[in-house]
Design a protein around this ligand. Structure first.
Ligand code: SF4
Ligand code: SF4
Length: 245
C-alpha cells in the first residue's frame, strides 16, 4: 500500500497481487506518487514539472543502488554503454503524460524536433544518433529501465541482426527494471486514480501527434485524447470515472 492509501497493484485490471511489491519498486512508486499528487490542482505546467521530478527521483534511487557493492558484485554487469543503442530499434513505450512532458521540453530544441519530423514508421527511434540518445535527459522511464548483460542478445532481439557464436544471454538487471517500473506506476496510476486517462503509448507516433499542438495538454486533461488510437498500448486500466474541469 502506498503512503497515499492507494494500492496500485490490486487496482490493475485483471490483477491481484498476493505479495507486496519489492522494496525498490515500492520506493520508486511512492517517490513518483508523491510528486504527482503534490502537483495536482496547480495547473498543467506543474503536472509536467512533476514528470521531470519523477524522472529525477527514479534516477536518484537507481544512482544510489548502483553505487552499492551489492549491485556491483551481485550479478553480471550490464553491457550498456554510450554508443550502444540496439534497444532503441524496438517500438518505444512511454506514458501519455511523459509524452506531453517531452513535447513541452522539445519546444526549445529545434534539432531534436527536426529529428522527430524526419522519422518514419519502421525506423529506429528518431532520437537515436550515432548509437546515443539525443534526448537522454528527457527520455521515458521505459528507456531508463532496460539494462541488458549481453549486447548480442539486444542486437538479435531488438535490431533483428544475426549473431553467431555462443548462445545469447537474455538476462537484464532487475534493479533498474523495478525502480523505473515502480516510478511509471506511481506516475500513471496516480493520474488514473484522479480520473485522467494515462495509457502507455507508442512514443514516435504519439509524440509526432502532439509536438505542434499547443492545446494538447489541456485537451488531454479534459479527457479529449490528443493521441491517435493506434498509438495506444494497453498497459494500464482506464480511469474509473472521468473528472471534467
Ligand atoms: S540494453 Fe542492450 S542495446 Fe541497450 S544499451 Fe544496454 S546493452 Fe546496449
Ligand atoms: S528516447 Fe532515447 S533511449 Fe529511448 S529509444 Fe529513443 S534514442 Fe533510445
Amino acid at each position: 500500500m502506498s503512503s497515499s492509501g492507494f494500492d496500485p497493484f490490486t487496482q490493475m485490471r485483471g490483477q491481484t497481487r498476493a505479495v507486496p511489491p519489492p522494496p525498490l519498486e515500492q520506493a520508486a512508486f511512492e517517490a513518483s506518487n508523491n510528486a504527482v499528487a503534490a502537483s495536482l490542482g496547480q495547473g498543467e505546467d506543474a503536472l509536467l514539472d512533476a514528470v521531470v521530478t519523477v524522472w529525477a527521483r527514479a534516477d536518484r534511487i537507481f544512482d544510489t543502488i548502483r553505487a552499492t557493492p551489492a549491485y556491483v558484485l551481485g550479478t553480471a554487469p550490464a553491457a550498456c554503454r554510450r554508443g550502444c543503442g540496439w534497444c532503441c530499434h524496438q517500438k518505444v513505450g512511454a506514458a501519455a503524460i511523459e509524452v506531453l512532458a517531452m513535447s513541452r521540453a522539445l519546444a526549445q530544441r529545434p534539432v531534436e524536433r527536426a529529428m522527430l519530423a524526419d522519422w518514419a514508421p519502421g525506423r529506429p527511434c528518431a532520437f537515436l544518433k550515432d548509437g546515443a540518445c539525443a534526448v537522454y535527459d528527457i527520455r521515458p522511464l521505459k528507456c531508463r529501465s532496460l539494462w541488458h548483460v549481453d549486447v548480442r542478445h539486444c542486437m538479435a532481439k531488438y535490431a533483428g541482426l544475426p549473431v553467431s557464436g555462443t548462445k545469447t544471454d537474455p538476462t537484464f538487471r532487475s534493479e533498474p527494471k523495478m525502480i523505473y517500473e515502480g516510478a511509471l506506476k506511481g506516475l500513471a496510476l496516480t493520474l488514473i486514480k484522479e480520473g485522467r486517462d494515462c495509457p502507455g503509448l507508442d512514443l514516435m507516433p504519439a509524440l509526432r501527434a502532439v509536438i505542434d499542438d499547443a492545446d494538447a495538454v489541456r485537451r488531454w486533461w479534459t479527457g479529449d485524447s490528443p493521441f491517435p488510437a493506434q498509438a495506444v498500448v494497453d498497459w494500464f486500466p482506464k480511469p474509473v470515472k472521468k473528472k471534467r474541469r
